[in-house]
Design a protein around this ligand. Sequence first.
Ligand code: CAO
Length: 415
Amino acid sequence: MGKALDGVRILDFTHVQSGPTCTQLLAWFGADVIKVERAGAGDITREQLRDIPDVDSLYFTMLNHNKRSVTIDTKNPEGKQVLEALIQKCDVLVENFAPGALDRMGFTWERIQELNPRMIVASVKGFGPGPYEDCKVYENVAQCAGGAASTTGFDDGPPVVTGAQIGDSGTGLHLALGIVTALYQRTQTGRGQRVLAAMQDGVLNLCRVKLRDQQRLERTGVMKEYPQYPNGKFGEAVPRAGNASGGGQPGWILKCKGWETDPNAYIYFITQAPVWAKICNVIGKEEWATDPDYATPAARLPRLKDIFAEIERWTMTKTKFEAMQILNKYDIPCGPILSMKEIAEEPSLRQTGTIVEVDHPTRGKYLTVGNPIKLSDSPTEVKRSPLLGEHTDEVMAELGYSPEQISALRTAGAI
Ligand code: CAO
């Protein structure tokens, strides 16, 4: 079966996490992704957080599936020529170097256009144009600058970053969408264009509801679904809301049976208005269904803390999975707090290809997250990440270099 992006060739000049997430997705959709790495060293993540000596780290392998690797020294004049040949052959160049690095290498937008006017040049940067545009940025910097950290955590504690890599992987996702959109536009215009996804913008996009709340706060001085109401104070900016739901249906994380020893024996419980009567029945507070102090969402808002404490008295008598089973019968929205161990062992995630076991020639078998986006006509087959420079000769031959030329370039240190 063909793949959605069959025939699209990507010059993958990415490293670390944000860019590689993007190009991995494109590879899973069928693009031929040629990862250009620094000769001799490669993507720095190959050697970061290693769990096995001298073997590509899980950090690298889990972000670079289905790609080919070529090593080119792009500061070497002959290496630059090889890169130029690649630019002429490819549809998209994706990069996430520090600001200005591609220009310093000699590959300005103007130069790339001269070489290939159909080329789409897609970049992740920490910030868009403005006071911070020249800054290098990593995940947590983006989470802080994009509004996630100031709105995450508890009111009486410091800002907190999330485990979800919304700055890196989140921005990679945004960039991937920009690339396929630009490819689509190119079918009409015949021209390439620049695509920029700034990490601050990507995080802010994912924090959209918090900017909504900032304006609500400015207008009304209070947000009734926040734990600060009526138990605390609001200041000028959106406060940290603990585990409160970001939407219109109040929710909280509640202890389940075993919480004393299991750090993940918790459930997320949503007091969705349409099922309020069922919630009252399940927890044995039938009278709340008709009591005017509890019967309507507005009446419940100032009492949420006590309501969740009462629900927790019930959830603490059940394991999170028992609670799930009972609550699901009544369509009460809830979710178990799953540990990474539980997720790794979950059979249904293996069946859908969301968790995949991959074999690697030097590390052996490992688990990875497969393609979270499922296309019915373009199924994903997760293939191991390439070894450093594994495909240099193959790609050079495709570019028209003879074995003698390849060997001379290798001797010159260009590849
Ligand atoms: N051959 C020769 N040189 C190469 C090369 C190759 N194949 N590939 C890269 N280089 C050189 C570049 O030319 C550049 O050199 P100069 O600084 O002399 O111009 C350098 O390697 C790349 O450097 P960098 O500044 O991008 O790398 P860094 O490790 O210092 O910084 C990072 C990393 C991520 C902070 C920075 O790249 C960045 O801010 N990127 C944009 C934001 C981003 O994607 N962040 C997410 C990272 S994931 O957490």
